[in-house]
Design a protein around this ligand. Structure first.
Ligand code: FES
Ligand code: FE2
Length: 368
């Protein structure tokens, strides 16, 4: 038994104890540890095309904003004024400078304080010493990720070789632009949602459309690579949408690169790029976003059709599954069952659940 949080233990090769999915204190502990020390998706580069463009969002309970400076550099800051703590920005938009709505302290786009009304010459005030608190940010194939721990290793260290694997599989990835963004809410703990995403043991039972019309389930494998779970499958011969097999040498393959803990690059046969970004908001509620991409953002009836079919079938089916699991975890009659592990890492294997459990346990044992 390994301790992951005060009073919470996990057993090897069994599903985790229910309390890690149910206890609000565990969720609070995750925010100040695991979720602050792992790479989290911020936004796509196309959301910040011009200097001064910004977007706000939350990571681990912290409001952040990512912004493009006049020299093109993209930076992320905590969304808080260094005077008395008012929030600086809301939603998304464009600013030539950042003006706090409380007392109008004004910051440059690189975070340095430019001016504060009636402050020059006052005791204890030195504008040159004041700067917004920056958050480490990386560009990963046109997708910006952030991490609240300045000492954390780079994405290429955490997900070794994955940047190259994705670029090899989809050489046009940096020219892919979002054409649809769909929002969902899993009524479940974030770990229930990502565990469900990362095993296909349930695919034949629960996902008839996906396992008949998208992939050939018996070819499905998932291989851990660093803190990435690398899903592969061959496309179904009964694909429900048209594929141009000359478009790419990988047109007939399905791949998904899940970047622990809350993001995935998923590539449907075609190739059709789409992403999942989970944004846990409480112990039992996990909003998530599905973004769909096409080359240069061209309108694509095929992408629209697949995005719609996916939302109506696979995503809706998974929402039902995770809602039921969240409820079941709270049952007094539930005891965590054994994980079904296949050394070949094939369709009916839950080795990924064991990997997630090991990563989770390791992070939580480090403490806050
Ligand atoms: S809190 Fe921002 S200017 Fe006072
Ligand atoms: Fe599923």
């Amino acid at each position: 038994m390994t301790r992951v949080a005060p009073g919470v233990y996990v057993q090897a090769q069994r599903a985790m104890e229910p309390s890690v999915y149910l206890d609000p204190a565990v969720f609070e502990a995750e925010k100040s540890s695991l979720l602050s020390r792992t790479w989290q998706y911020a936004c796509h580069s196309s959301q910040l095309p011009e200097p001064g463009d910004f977007i706000t969002y939350e990571v681990a309970g912290e409001s952040l904003f990512t912004m493009r400076d006049t020299d093109g550099v993209v930076r992320t800051f905590y969304n808080v004024c260094m005077h008395r703590g008012h929030q600086l920005l809301d939603g998304s938009g464009t600013r030539r400078q950042i003006v706090c709505p409380y007392h109008a302290w004004t910051y440059r786009l690189d975070g340095r304080l430019r001016s504060a009304p009636h402050a020059e010459g006052r005791e204890g005030f030195d504008a040159s010493e004041i700067c917004l608190t920056a958050v480490k940010t990386e560009d990963f194939l046109g997708f910006y990720f952030v991490i609240l721990d300045d000492t954390a290793p780079s994405m290429d260290t955490v997900y070794p070789g994955i940047r190259d694997s994705i670029a090899e599989f989809l050489p046009t990835i940096e020219r892919m632009m979002p054409v649809a963004r769909l929002e969902f809410r899993a009524e479940a703990n974030w770990k229930v949602a990502i565990e469900n995403y990362n095993e296909c043991y349930h695919c034949k039972t629960a996902h008839k459309s996906f396992s008949k019309g998208v992939v050939l389930p018996d070819t499905y494998t998932i291989e851990p690579m660093g803190r990435c779970l690398n899903h592969r499958a061959q496309s179904s011969p009964k694909q429900y949408y048209e594929i141009d097999y000359d478009a790419s040498p990988h047109a007939a393959e399905y791949r998904s690169f899940f970047l622990w803990p809350l993001f995935t690059f998923q590539i449907y046969p075609g190739p059709i790029l789409n992403t999942f970004s989970w944004r846990p908001e409480s112990v039992d509620s996990t909003p998530f976003y599905r973004e769909w991409f096409s080359l240069e953002g061209e309108d694509s009836p095929v992408v629209r059709r697949v995005a719609d079919e996916d939302a109506r079938t696979t995503v809706a089916e998974d929402l039902d599954l995770v809602r039921s699991v969240q409820r079941g975890l709270a049952s007094r009659g539930y005891r965590p069952g054994p994980l079904i592990i296949d050394p070949d890492m094939g369709l009916n294997s839950e080795h990924t659940i064991a990997a997630i459990k090991a990563w989770y346990t390791e992070e939580m044992e480090k403490g806050e």
